[in-house]
Design a protein around this ligand. Structure first.
Ligand code: ADP
Length: 192
């Protein structure tokens, strides 16, 4: 299996690149942000539990997030691999994922981190907020909080996988196609 963790700050282009990678490598894309937005549309009990965290730019509780992720993975037992986007978002989630994949006889193959400077992130997110109407994208204080959470809680996940030499950092600035080619070059070194 090819299990890719697509990593990077909010607004770094993970969703855009994931959509292109899915086609090229035949992987299943799971975005925990999208899973939460699906719960929001349903106004489900899960959404009611996580809403206050997400709306202020904090992380949702690990247990709920992991449950959602596993349920989504269970829907595709024949997948040749996954692109995980927005997960793991802290070291505890990474440990849960490692344990779970090990039980399934597999592991994280690679973590690809898109490196994008703060200023660029803020301008991309603000633009997206206007188009998509995402509450967490519109308020500069909430956007800043998500960047802070990324730096303090999420960035250590890249170091966690770096210990196993699985982390690859790539430049997230350039055209969508240029960045896609950079990711493919890295993936082709592990893909069979
Ligand atoms: P971004 O565009 O900031 O990368 P996402 O669309 O991935 O955001 O996620 C939106 C929000 O959903 C996050 O700010 C966070 O509150 C919540 N969320 C998403 N994934 C996770 C996760 N793995 N653990 C906890 N909370 C999460």
């Amino acid at each position: 299996m090819l299990n890719l963790v697509l990593f990077g700050p909010p607004g770094s282009g993970k969703g855009t690149q994931a959509a292109k990678l899915v086609k090229r490598y035949n992987l299943v894309h799971i975005s925990t942000g999208d899973l939460f937005r699906r719960e929001k549309k349903l106004n489900s009990p899960i959404w009611q539990e996580v809403q206050s965290y997400i709306d202020k730019g904090a992380l949702a509780p690990d247990s709920i997030t992991f449950r959602l992720l596993k349920a989504e993975m269970d829907k595709t037992p024949d997948a040749v691999g996954y692109i995980l986007d927005g997960f793991p978002r802290n070291v505890n989630q990474a440990s849960s994922l490692d344990r779970f994949l090990k039980e399934e006889g597999t592991e994280v193959s690679l973590l690809v981190e898109l490196i994008v400077p703060d200023q660029e992130i803020i301008s991309r997110i603000t633009g997206r907020g206007k188009i998509e109407g995402r509450k967490d994208d519109q308020d500069p204080a909430i956007v800043q909080n998500r960047i802070d959470v990324y730096k303090s809680q999420t960035a250590p996940v890249a170091d966690h996988y770096d210990l196993a030499s699985k982390t690859k950092r790539i430049d997230g600035l350039g055209s969508i196609e240029e960045i896609f080619q950079r990711i493919c070059t890295v993936l082709d070194t592990v893909a069979v």
